[in-house]
Design a binder for this molecule. Structure first.
Ligand code: ATP
Ligand code: MG
Length: 279
């Protein structure tokens, strides 16, 4: 197979666009994408994770929260994993890549890597447990996309995060917020939090939530999935627990305030694991 027979990944909002002379992602037919895993050991780890989740029975409940894995393929001497494109069913997808957890460091990292990750995540992750790595929204007045970049993601604080997160749901002017898509995202997030807190198998590190909703306001559809699994760890060493649920629960509370049009009065409260989530 040759990479020329595949399309360009036009809807990527964060991560590696390429690895040297090969693309980071390619669009395949039938709502699938190819992720390049050739660059280093991380790629192989992610492939192993997908293979395990889609074969081992103990991971079967996780499958609904991640893109479907189809197979691993070789293209022009590079290896790729073929997986479900979470954006495929949307006409005009508005997309956010949201890193989750209180830290991006795990016991597998070298001391140098730990230092560089601590420096990197000293912005919002330790305070909120989530950070926008990149996002794209749709302005219906100009019929164009608006990009919200990594720097925007770093400007979040415990005071402004609800108002800032609301910008991802803005349709063009600040009075037009797509509150209609929030309930479906909240239901999926609730299920994910309940699963993650119960599972007892693994901890995620440096993974993201991919949040997508339909930019055309006639449709209230949305999807929320976990992606990027190069650093997940077995639940063995307590310091590997990045407290993903902290970020998921903070985001849940923020999304509730967006749904109820109450972002300006939202205040941060440290989330409590296993506390029942109300919709
Ligand atoms: N299954 C998917 N469906 C739709 N879009 C995806 C999917 N997986 C990834 N993407 C897009 O690609 C971006 C980068 O994805 P990802 O985080 O997996 O790659 P990465 O950070 O470059 O990975 P790595 O660091 O392992 O090389 C995401 O922000 C998203 O826009
Ligand atoms: Mg990523």
């Amino acid at each position: 197979m040759e990479s020329g027979q595949f399309g360009q990944m036009w809807h990527q909002v964060a991560g590696h666009k390429d690895h040297g002379d090969s693309p980071g992602f390619l669009l395949a037919a039938d709502g699938r994408i190819l992720k390049n895993i050739s660059h280093d050991a991380r790629g192989k780890k992610e492939e192993q994770f997908y293979k395990m989740v889609f074969s081992a029975d103990e991971y079967k409940d996780l499958r609904q929260f991640i893109p479907r894995y189809y197979s691993s393929v070789q293209l022009e001497s590079k290896e790729y994993i073929l997986m479900e494109d979470i954006c495929a069913s949307f006409n005009t997808p508005c997309i956010a890549d949201i890193k989750i957890g209180l830290s991006e460091v795990c016991s597998l990292d070298s001391e140098d890597k730990k230092m560089s990750m601590i420096k990197k995540d000293c912005h919002t992750l330790p305070k909120l447990g989530y950070r926008f790595a990149g996002a794209k929204t749709y302005n219906k007045h100009t019929d164009s996309a608006k990009l919200l970049d990594k720097e925007w993601g770093k400007s979040f604080t415990r005071t402004n995060c609800a108002v800032k997160t609301e910008q991802f749901f803005c349709n063009g002017c600040s009075s037009e917020i797509r509150r209609d898509v929030v309930p479906t995202l909240l239901r999926q997030l609730k299920d994910l939090i309940e699963y993650y807190e119960k599972q007892g198998l693994f901890w995620l590190c440096r993974s993201s939530l991919l949040v997508v909703y339909e930019g055309q306001s006639s449709e209230s559809t949305g999807r929320l999935k976990l992606i990027d699994f190069a650093h997940n760890l077995k639940q063995e060493i307590p310091s590997d627990d990045t407290q993903v649920e902290f970020g998921l629960r903070t985001l849940f509370s923020v999304l509730c305030s967006i749904q109820d049009d109450k972002t300006h009065s939202w205040t941060f409260e440290a989330p409590i694991k296993h506390q029942p989530l109300e919709l």
